[in-house]
Design a protein around this ligand. Structure first.
Ligand SMILES: [Zn+2]
Length: 92
């Protein structure tokens, strides 16, 4: 698979304040909760993705429908990678 073609940036934003920096609680790759670094709103990882689904679908539309499934997979992978290794993350 050509990863370069999926190399797009997707911002995950806090649905309350629009901040894109989150603290997370969880162990290794099992991220349970994220907490907005700005307003302190707590969301599960799934909620965060769901809250940003409109934003994500915009990217999917731009990229073309044929890679939707791949994107979803790639997105999960990049999210996992982003959450790994540091207390504070910035996805943008
Ligand atoms: Zn916030």
């Amino acid at each position: 698979m050509d990863n370069e073609k999926y190399n797009r940036n997707i911002s995950l934003l806090c649905p309350t304040c629009g901040c894109n920096q989150f603290e997370y609680e969880g162990v290794d790759e099992t991220i349970e909760m994220v907490k907005c670094a700005s307003c302190g709103r707590e969301l599960t990882k799934d909620e965060l993705i769901q809250e940003n689904s409109e934003n994500i679908s915009e990217h999917v539309k731009e990229m073309g429908g044929q890679i939707v499934k791949d994107l979803a997979k790639e997105f999960k992978e990049s999210l996992k990678a982003a959450f790994r290794g540091s207390k504070y993350i910035r996805i943008n």
